[in-house]
Design a protein around this ligand. Structure first.
Ligand SMILES: C[S@@+](CC[C@H](N)C(=O)[O-])C[C@H]1O[C@@H](n2cnc3c(N)ncnc32)[C@H](O)[C@@H]1O
Length: 260
């Protein structure tokens, strides 16, 4: 017998994003580990606690908060991220050994879905690689911010038969991705939509999606880029943090091959 780690997707901001599978996983856990730190993280930690209050009915489940180390901003981006992941893996290792018995189940609550711009699965595999803790792993999917954006704007993600590229603000700011006409942008600290030189493109933008703070704008990029930038700046100042996701479609003209 060994421990079980459950990586549970909790949705992107609305507690009602929680699936039945996620709620059942929450209640299977002997211990739930909740990360804390910084203003944004405080909001995310509150959201995780709200989810536990609403859905946790197992009186034996223990909740344990832990501090996430800050990522080093200097040096090579890839190395910095990798070092940071290894540092978190060591924290997980210690927490798992300290907070759970050898046959217990540990739940990690992951924002959105664990497969989308989230490294919890990679970090947990670093823990396995360290060889100090043996465990079975289960991943429970969640509603992503992309789904929350499309639902909120009442749009289909893809145009008929066409692909969509998912990328980061940093990458978009370096140039429009080759071969793509439809691009979803996440993790944008640089307002990369302002670097898109096609005013006819259509943008669907959403921040704090699914939360009571949600704001969204859709329109012709040339018409709404300034509005989004202003709203973004004001919201960020007011709340101290922002998480936004957007879809930009370049002017159509690429005949679809059929809906899939
Ligand atoms: C580290 S990634 C996590 C993505 C997450 N795993 C998901 O499934 O959506 C964080 C980025 O996701 C996007 N994001 C997450 N939650 C969001 C929300 N409620 N509203 C808008 N964007 C969100 C933002 O682009 C943010 O910078």
């Amino acid at each position: 017998m060994s421990r079980t780690i459950l990586i549970i997707g909790i949705g992107a901001g609305n507690p009602e994003h929680m699936t039945v599978q996620a709620i059942n996983a929450l209640n299977r856990a002997d211990v739930l580990l909740i990360p804390t730190k910084g203003e944004e993280k405080a909001f995310l930690a509150d959201m995780r606690r709200d989810i536990c209050e609403r859905y946790l009915t197992n009186p034996n489940t223990r909740i344990h908060d832990y501090a996430v180390p800050r990522r080093r901003a200097d040096g090579n981006y890839g190395d910095g991220v990798d070092d940071w992941h290894h540092a978190i893996a060591r924290i997980y290792e210690d927490l798992i050994l300290e907070q759970s018995g050898p046959e217990e189940t540990i739940g990690l609550l992951v924002w959105g879905d664990p497969m989308l711009y989230d490294s919890t699965i990679r970090i947990v595999e670093h823990v396995r690689g360290g060889g100090r803790v043996a465990f079975d792993l289960e991943v429970i999917p969640g509603i992503t911010s992309i789904q929350a954006l499309c639902a909120s704007r009442k749009i289909a993600l893809n145009r008929i038969g066409l692909p969509v590229e998912i990328t980061t603000g940093r990458r978009l700011s370096q140039g429009w991705p080759e071969g793509a006409d439809d691009v979803v942008v996440m993790l944008d600290g640089v307002e990369a939509f302002r670097s898109v030189a096609d005013p006819e493109a259509e943008i669907h933008w959403g921040a704090y999606l699914g939360t009571p703070l949600e704001i969204t704008v859709s329109g012709r990029l040339g018409d709404v880029a300034e509005t989004i930038s202003d709203m973004r700046g004001r919201a960020r100042q007011e709340h101290g943090w922002i998480m936004d996701t957007y879809l930009i479609r370049r002017a159509p003209g690429h005949a679809g091959e059929g809906e899939s």
